[in-house]
Structures are given as C-alpha cells and as structure tokens.
Write a protein that binds this ligand. Structure first.
Ligand code: FES
Ligand SMILES: [Fe+2]
Length: 339
C-alpha cells in the first residue's frame, strides 16, 4: 500500500518559504492603523504597525530587543515607539534612540535597534514584506478611474490556510452549493469548457457567463429587480494569494472584487475584499458590501471545515476540467515558491 502524500510537505509550508516572505501581503486596512501601535502576524512573525508623523507606515518586529515585550502594547510619543516595559524608544527607521535607564550620552548597544520591514499603502490596505520584494505590487485599472469608487471591507480572521482560500476563490463550481442562500441557486452546475489566458497585464484567468439569483440584498448590489439576472464574469489570479473576479451586468454596472488571503501562519489567515464599482454612488458602501460579506461568510464556513493546508502537488487531489483555474494557480504557486 502506498502512503498518502503528506499535506505538510515542504511545498505546502508557507511560513519559511523565501519567495513567499519576499512577497507583499496585506495585513490591515489603512484606516485601522493610526498613530497607536497595532499588532498583526504575518507568516508566523509578530509585527507592530503604526503610521509615522510623515504619514508613512512603519512595520517592525513586535518584540523589544531588551526583554521581548510586545511593542504593540506601547505608545507613540513625539514620533517614537515607546516600549511599555522599560521605556526604550525607537524611531521610524527602527533605531533605538532612547534608553531611560542609561547614562545620558551613552549610545544604545548596536543590537538595540529594530530591523524594520518594508510597508506600503495600496488599495486602502497596508501591505508588508518580511523579506526583499522581488516584484512591485500589482495594479487594478479601476483604482485610477474616477467613474469607479473603491470600498474596503474590514480584515477578518479565517481559521484556514491562504492556499485553501485562493483555491476556493478561483473556483466557480461551488457556487450552486456553498452560495445557494445568496446568489448560487440559479446557476447551472455544469461548467462549459474553461479557456485560461491573460485577463490583463497582471491577472491570468478565464471569462464566463452565469445566471445569478437576485433576491433581497443581492438586488441592492446588482441594481436590478429581476429574480434571476445574467452576469458576464472573469476570475483570475496573480501570485501568490490574490484572486480577482469582475462582474459586468447588462445595465453597464461593473463590480470588481479583489479577494485577498494573507497567511498569519500555515493554517490561519487574514481575509479582506476590495471592491470597485462604477455605480451612481446612491447606495451606501455598507449596503453594497453586505452582499459580498454574506458570500464571503459562506466560503469561510466551508473552508474552516477542511483540515490543514491545501496539498499543492498535482496528484493528491482529484480535479476535473472545471477546476482548471485553481489547478493552474496551484501549478504556478509551486513554481513561484521554487518547488
Ligand atoms: S522590554 Fe522593552 S524596554 Fe525592556
Ligand atoms: Fe465562494
């Protein structure tokens, strides 16, 4: 008897993987990070985040070099991060600039400084790279189009791996099952042949048409009143855990959804949506996102029922033609991770 391949093979362990550490990951909504320190965890590393006096974000290890106190429990005073334990202070570049217990004029020991991480703001989110970013962050054309508005949802914590999430977001065949209570009830479970290709400069995926149930809160999002409506959609990905779906309604309304998964560790993740819409802005952002949040909650319930990480090799899981997008994302992720 052949032993089943382990789902904790090197390919599926994200935390120590160099290329994943060298990638940008969204860790918080920009509006949730101000001049008070905030604690996040990325790839098993505890990180303290705050906005500096210059308006830039600062990300540093959430561990004081003195006695390991969490710096996220400290305060920012005069632009410096102050440790809550013995009051050592750190500048935006991580330099230790003050040790209250030391004699004036004695410089801090060289190892008292924090090795900060790169942090940047994009699409209303704070992105952090623990290593050296090899590629710039991708772009979304609608971010620069004044006819579109952007809506960010709060960052949620999901008890599942980022790999299972991205796999799910590439997949439309679960719509009539997992999303039966929101929009999936009108969809034919049979998926026509999927043709993969570049969707634009950054995203690779496929185009398709679906019928969507359109009752209740769904009709607010679609701006239509019929019980079943047509959607022309694309779904595609960019490395490592970014999936985008675009929905075009025949009224001219476009609804772009970015689905972002960030590994807190191998089996826990942050999740957030970023949405762009070319509507007339008459419906509140809260109402628009209520429908997407309800859909996300359905995925979360299912994914949290699955054990461990997604096996990334091509033989452990069984796939069919309709899984083409998630299989291709998985293949490219293995390559990306150097597997
Ligand atoms: S642990 Fe931070 S100053 Fe002592
Ligand atoms: Fe889903």
């Amino acid at each position: 008897m052949t032993a089943a391949p382990s789902s904790t093979s090197n390919q599926t362990v994200l935390c120590g993987n160099g290329p994943i550490r060298d990638s940008w990951h969204p860790v918080a909504r920009a509006i949730d990070v101000g001049t008070a320190p905030v604690a996040v965890t990325l790839l098993g590393t505890k990180v303290v985040l705050y906005r500096s006096l210059s308006g830039d974000f600062v990300a540093a290890p959430d561990r004081c070099p003195h006695r390991e106190a969490p710096l996220s429990l400290g305060v920012i005073e005069d632009g410096c991060l102050i440790c809550p334990y013995h009051g050592w202070s750190f500048g935006d570049d991580g330099k230790c600039v003050g040790i209250p217990s030391s004699t004036e004029g004695v410089p801090p020991p060289p190892r008292a400084h924090l090795a900060t991480f790169q942090a940047t703001e994009k699409f209303g989110l704070v992105w952090v790279c623990l290593g050296e970013p090899k590629v710039p962050l991708f772009d979304i054309a609608e971010e620069h189009d004044p006819t579109f508005r952007r809506i960010n949802t709060p960052v949620e914590l999901w008890q599942t791996s980022a790999t299972r999430m991205s796999d799910n977001f590439c997949d439309i065949t679960h719509f009539p099952y997992v999303h039966i209570a929101t929009f999936g009830g009108a969809q034919d479970p049979h998926v026509p042949k999927i043709e993969m290709g570049p969707l634009d400069e950054h995203f690779y995926g496929y185009r398709y048409e679906v019928k969507a149930a359109n009752s209740g809160v769904a009709s607010v999002s679609s701006g239509q009143t019929e019980s079943v409506i047509d959607r022309a959609m694309t779904t595609g990905f960019t490395m490592p855990f970014v999936v985008r779906s675009t929905i075009a309604y025949n009224t001219g309304l476009s609804h772009i959804i970015l689905m972002l998964s960030t590994p807190i560790d191998d089996v826990t993740s942050y999740f957030t949506f970023v949405i762009w819409r070319n509507d007339d802005f008459s419906v509140s952002a809260e109402e628009v996102i209520r429908f997407d949040l309800a859909i996300g909650a359905e995925d979360k319930v299912m994914l949290e029922r699955l054990d461990g990480v997604l096996p990334l090799d091509q033989t452990t899981l069984v796939s069919v033609q309709a899984d083409k997008c998630s299989v291709e994302w998985r293949r490219r992720l293995i390559e990306y991770m150097g597997g």
